[in-house]
Design a protein around this ligand. Structure first.
Ligand code: NOJ
Length: 532
């Protein structure tokens, strides 16, 4: 099926991230599932995306919402069965949607049979060699807070760059390499169109000897030059995976989740014989000001072009505060990828206005755009979740100082009212939804002029019609210092990131606008337009 679709689809695709726990609940247990997704795929066709990326649905104790895998070749009963996965892929392909799954190669669950065997077999055994065991820990911190090392009963320590229940695999061990290569084949054989590779910058570590500072604070975002991130040895692994993917018909892709900077380092993951795409987190993190936005667009395009890869653009995912809320802090300019316990509430109206403008700009850029479920509804972060319902291990491991990522993972609203706004027949029991989400429900926005949903839909339709994904950026220098203005083919894009309204060029026709123009037909602050 895949082979019938156009080739090199991944160079200008729009890819929609589904977080299975929170997309749609078919069986009414309060947690989303695969049949729920299959039943709602029509929504994504209506919206106009090309592919979906599914966050993990594999068997897992769910210590990190499924990023702690205990069996790489099955579906957790929470989400359904393998047959449900096959049905999902079949339906998606029937609808012309590609399916990308998450691959979590840096660590397993501590309940994976390999880790259990490693504990049972003891120091010096081949079973322990699949993980990173040491007699003494060093000072590496866990991303979720505290030390990255935990001691086992016989006195050895194991490395976990994330939660204590996520032991890191030892990628120097050929058995680990062989196993994950086989996992790739397992899902490729089932028809997946690609893999989003979790912690792609972390697999290979350069060991550092122990020191006295075991409790060093974790970095805000993991990026080099630390010895556990972005080591050159990772690239050989991706070259070997690329060969596997290339054995399969159609264009199957690898997408790197690699929090590295500068963007030139990111581009190394997408050299011609490695991955196809890497998430552009520099773009996600850029402040809402014209200079840095122009700069990150330029540097990303240049870095990716230097290796012949498409640039990607992303504003939200399941690990960061939703952009409709990040942009709701006027004074801090998009700095809050996490919200601390002492932070004030974001301004919802300002955040939404800027988020709509930011998305309108993003969808005009050439390359690949990633959307995170619910952003097409303008969903804000849930910032008032009661502490007792929080699930993210960050909350506990940070000593209750970082709230964690639950606020962007709340089940999405489909219809107004009901126990879970149409997420399922019952309540969204795994994480409660805010009471104000009636107004964001899909059904309330469908066919409503000016709704965020219709803005996304129109943008995706026009993006396709004007072939913006395959276009180029030509800067328009005269637009003013606070305005990001570029031409992509016949479309002129103008995003006003300043405070004063901006006049349209004479004779311009508005194709798309993220908000209303003012009474004089000018583009107000925090608004973006596409013009002909
Ligand atoms: C990145 C994933 O996106 C995140 O959700 C997860 O906690 C870590 N990797 C560890 O797997």
């Amino acid at each position: 099926m895949t082979t019938e679709l156009n080739t090199q689809w991944w160079r200008d695709a729009v890819i929609y991230q589904i977080y299975p726990r929170s997309f749609a609940d078919a069986d009414g247990d309060g947690l989303g599932d695969l049949p729920g997704i299959t039943a709602r795929l029509d929504h994504l066709v209506e919206l106009g995306v090309d592919a979906v990326w599914l966050s993990p649905f594999y068997p897992s104790p769910q210590a990190d919402a499924g990023y702690d895998v205990s069996d790489y070749r099955d579906v957790d009963p929470l989400f359904g069965r393998l047959a449900d996965f096959d049905a999902l892929v079949a339906r998606a392909h029937e609808l012309g949607l590609r399916v990308i799954v998450d691959l979590v190669p840096n660590h397993t669950s501590d309940e994976h049979p390999w880790f259990r065997a490693a504990l049972a077999a003891g120091p010096g055994s081949p079973e322990r060699e699949r993980y990173v065991f040491r007699d003494e820990p060093n000072d590496w911190p866990s991303i979720f807070g505290g030390s990255a090392w935990t001691r086992v009963d016989d006195g050895q320590w194991y490395l976990h760059l994330f939660d204590v229940k996520q032991p890191d695999l030892n990628w120097d061990n050929p058995a680990v390499r062989a196993e994950i290569a086989d996992v790739l084949r397992f899902w490729l054989d089932r028809g997946v169109d690609g893999f989003r590779v979790d912690v792609a910058h972390g697999l290979v570590k350069t060991w550092e000897p122990p020191s006295d500072t075991v409790d060093a604070p974790p970095p805000a975002v993991p990026n080099g030059p630390e010895p556990m991130w972005d080591q050159d040895g990772v690239h050989e692994i991706y070259r070997s995976w690329r060969k596997i993917l290339d054995e399969y018909p159609g264009e199957r892709i690898l997408v790197a989740e690699a929090w590295v900077d500068p963007v030139e380092r990111m581009a190394r993951y997408v050299r011609p014989d490695e991955m196809h795409q890497a998430f552009n987190f520099a773009y996600l993190l850029a402040p809402w000001r014209a200079d840095p936005v122009r700069e990150v667009i330029n540097s990303s395009i240049a870095a990716c072009r230097s290796v012949g890869a498409p640039t990607t653009w992303v504003l939200s995912n399941h690990d960061v505060v939703r952009h409709a809320s990040r942009f709701g802090y006027a004074e801090t300019n998009n700095e809050r990828v996490g919200i601390g316990v002492d932070d004030p509430q974001p301004d919802e109206a300002l955040g939404l206005r800027r988020a709509r403008a930011a998305t309108t700009l993003m969808l005009a850029l050439p390359g690949v755009a990633y959307l995170y479920q619910g952003e097409e509804l303008g969903l804000p972060e849930h910032t008032t979740l009661p502490d007792e319902v929080r699930q993210d291990p960050t909350w506990v491991r940070s000593g209750h100082t970082v709230r964690g990522r639950d606020g962007c993972r709340v089940p999405i609203p489909w219809t107004p009212g009901g126990p879970s706004y149409g997420f399922g027949p019952g309540e969204a029991s795994w994480l409660p939804q805010p009471e104000s989400w009636d107004r964001y429900a899909l059904q309330k926005q469908q066919g409503v002029d000016g709704s965020t949903y219709e803005l996304y839909r129109q943008a995706l339709r026009l993006r396709r019609e004007y072939r913006l994904g395959a276009g180029t950026v030509e800067w328009q220098p005269d637009a003013g210092t606070d305005v990001v203005s570029l031409r992509n083919g016949s479309v002129l894009v103008l995003a006003n990131l300043g405070t004063e309204p901006v006049a349209l060029p004479a004779g311009a026709r508005v194709l798309l606008a993220s908000g209303e123009l003012d009474a004089d037909g000018r583009v107000p602050a925090d608004t973006a337009v596409w013009l002909l």
